[in-house]
Design a protein around this ligand. Structure first.
Ligand SMILES: *[C@@H]1O[C@H](CO)[C@@H](O)[C@H](O)[C@H]1NC(C)=O
Ligand SMILES: *[C@@H]1O[C@H](CO)[C@@H](O)[C@H](O)[C@H]1NC(C)=O
Ligand SMILES: *[C@@H]1O[C@H](CO)[C@@H](O)[C@H](O)[C@H]1NC(C)=O
Length: 449
């Protein structure tokens, strides 16, 4: 008997009580993952039907491309599941298609080739104007989706391995010709689920949804060495309704970074990121934990990050932008964060990140307002916070509430450093800078909860 039928059986008074209980139980486990329904596909094919060999040596590019070509052109009702059995499937990059599930069995590994010479190039993103690292085009992501809908990447925690070391070394030795490939990129796509997969050793950013909507990423594990360059975990970019939950991320750069394009190109393209939820994420990184930016030119709004556990971090909560970016960053809430060992607990900076070229408009100043950070507990945090806005565009409505960040602060390292910022602080320890702790503004801060 479900909650509903019980309620009817016991009559009105009991019904009210039971309904309250049912709602209470549901409220304990809040999730946004319902924004994309999980699709069960009746039509199933296996990579081995297309000549796939999981011996770790055979190149399976043809098998992947043929299997996916078949899914695209047969167009079975309800889509098709492509099964990857246990084994190591080496391959070059490939494109996904709509209405498909890429299903990795337990022990299945899809591994990128280390032969980078024939790696396909694609156009730069219009909101970046060029590759993020190098001028011109960029290498296509290892697994790519452009203009798709209804795509699921899931299974029994199989692995997608970018074998990124060769790319990291090209970056280190400055021999990269074009911008390194993401591990997974979706462009202009919607209704995407990525769940129960392990991503490791991405050449560059791991998961990059750009110009997308309705994207769910849950129960993923993302791993890359702490010294691997730019291996961001998940970067929602000019995308809306993105739900990232229940994942472990340990990489060499930001764990989750919400972005929206780069300087004059991002301003012209004008596509914000909004409606981004980040919940129950654990991880560690020498850079940011929950990050906004630094590419923020299309604007970033309505972001909620909660129940975040961070260990051995550079910066726990990091909002970064720059002059030339333009764009509005507003209504950002980060709450219930535990951090253990961090260089900085909270950092907001208006002077971070480089420019695509010299044509950026130095007067295009970003606007940052209504950012709430609450219920944060940190131990081993060397500096509690640094909140530095932009002189002609101060950050406003910055609210800090119920924050305890304790560590090894010395006399030469003041716990808070602030400039060009206004807002309020309630129950913050160590006590923050005067810009935020004036009592007369405290009301407006607490009103926002
Ligand atoms: C994969 O998609 C990219 C971008 O849409 C396209 O340029 C490329 O030709 C596609 N590759 C294959 C093998 O279909
Ligand atoms: C896969 O990993 C997730 C996240 O770590 C975990 O919750 C889930 O139980 C695992 N599933 C299987 C089938 O091992
Ligand atoms: C702020 O963002 C949250 C999502 O995090 C949203 O529910 C809320 O409506 C937004 N508030 C305003 C004033 O837009």
């Amino acid at each position: 008997m479900g909650c509903g039928s019980l309620a009817i059986y016991f009559g009105f008074l009991v019904a009210a009580l039971l309904l309250k209980n049912c709602r209470g139980a549901a409220a304990d486990w809040v999730t946004c993952s319902g924004i994309v329904p999980m699709m069960y596909r009746n039509d199933k094919i296996s990579i081995t039907d297309y000549g796939g060999v999981g011996d770790g040596m055979t190149l399976n590019t043809k098998a992947f491309r043929e299997a996916i070509y078949r899914i695209e052109h047969l167009g079975r009702r309800g889509g098709t599941l492509l099964y990857i059995p246990p084994g190591v499937y080496l391959t070059e990059s490939f494109n996904l298609t709509s209405h498909m599930t890429l299903y990795l069995a337990q022990g299945a590994v899809i591994k990128a080739t280390t032969d980078t010479r024939h790696w396909p190039l694609i156009d730069p993103l219009p909101s970046y104007g060029r590759g993020r690292e190098r001028p011109g085009g960029r290498y296509m992501s290892f697994i790519h989706g452009d203009g798709l809908r209804d795509v699921i990447i899931t299974g029994e925690n199989g692995t997608i391995d970018g074998q990124g070391e060769i790319w990291w070394n090209m970056w280190r030795s400055r021999t990269l010709q074009f911008t390194r490939p993401n591990l997974i990129e979706f462009i202009n796509s919607r209704s995407i689920i990525i769940s129960n997969v392990i991503f490791q050793n991405s050449p560059f950013w791991n998961i990059h949804p750009v110009y997308c909507s309705n994207v769910v990423i849950k129960y993923v594990t993302i791993l890359a060495p702490a010294d691997s360059p730019n291996t961001d975990g998940i970067d929602p970019d000019s995308s809306s309704h993105v739900c990232i939950e229940d994942s472990y991320i340990s990489t060499g750069d930001d764990l989750v970074a919400v972005k929206s394009g780069w300087d004059e190109y991002g301003i012209a393209y004008g596509r914000p990121s909004h409606g981004i939820t980040i919940r129950r994420i654990t991880g560690s990184s020498p850079f940011g934990g929950i990050a906004i930016g630094s590419e923020t030119s299309g604007g970033i709004e309505d972001v909620l990050a909660e129940h975040i556990n961070l260990y051995n971090m550079g910066v726990g909560i990091y909002l970064k932008t720059n002059n030339g970016r333009g764009g509005i960053i507003r209504n950002i809430t980060v709450s219930n964060v535990y951090m253990q060992n961090a260089r900085k607990g909270i950092k907001f900076a208006g002077d971070v990140g480089d420019h695509p070229d010299n044509n950026f408009n130095p007067n295009a100043l970003p606007v940052v307002k209504d950012v709430t950070i609450k219920d944060v507990w940190g131990v081993g945090v060397l500096q509690a916070g640094q909140i530095q806005g932009i002189k002609n565009s101060p950050f406003t409505g910055i609210c800090l509430s119920n924050i305890n960040l304790h560590g090894y602060v010395g006399p030469r390292n003041p716990p808070w450093k602030c400039s060009d910022v206004s807002g309020a602080a309630v129950q913050v320890s160590p006590w923050p800078c005067s810009e935020l702790s004036s009592t007369y503004q405290a009301d407006s801060c607490s009103n926002s909860f």
